[in-house]
Design a protein around this ligand. Structure first.
Ligand code: FES
Length: 116
């Protein structure tokens, strides 16, 4: 069971449980199920509207690595949120990136903070 805290300066933080391990539940799906007013349009990694910043809930835990979807890589490159070198490093060292597309990021079994 993962805890996901959604945070936005205009709203109160909301922490929800996520059933991790289904390998299908995206951050966007989780947000919508819990009435988090997150921006989205296409729900398919095409528009860039659902850009979120993801971090570990505390400094003690190292976040899990990617993987970014191909659509996500293209969008994050276009938006200037990631470089090709960073993508390469993520693959080699299995590191996470701060910026994600909520409709593409699958919830994993880790506690995270999602800024939207
Ligand atoms: Fe369009 Fe996520 S809703 S990229």
């Amino acid at each position: 069971m993962a805890l996901v805290t959604f945070t936005n300066p205009e709203y109160r933080d909301k922490t929800v449980y996520a059933v991790a391990g289904s390998h299908t539940q995206t951050v966007l799906k989780l947000a919508l199920e819990n009435k988090i007013p997150i921006n989205f349009e296409c729900e398919d990694g095409e528009c860039g509207t659902c850009l979120v910043k993801v971090s570990s809930i505390d400094d003690k835990h190292q976040r899990m690595g990617g993987p970014l979807t191909d659509k996500e890589k293209i969008l994050l490159l276009e938006l200037g949120k990631i470089t090709k070198d960073q993508i390469e490093t993520m693959h080699v060292d299995d590191l996470p990136t701060d910026w994600r597309m909520a409709c593409q990021m699958i919830v994993r079994d880790e506690d995270i903070r999602v800024q939207y």
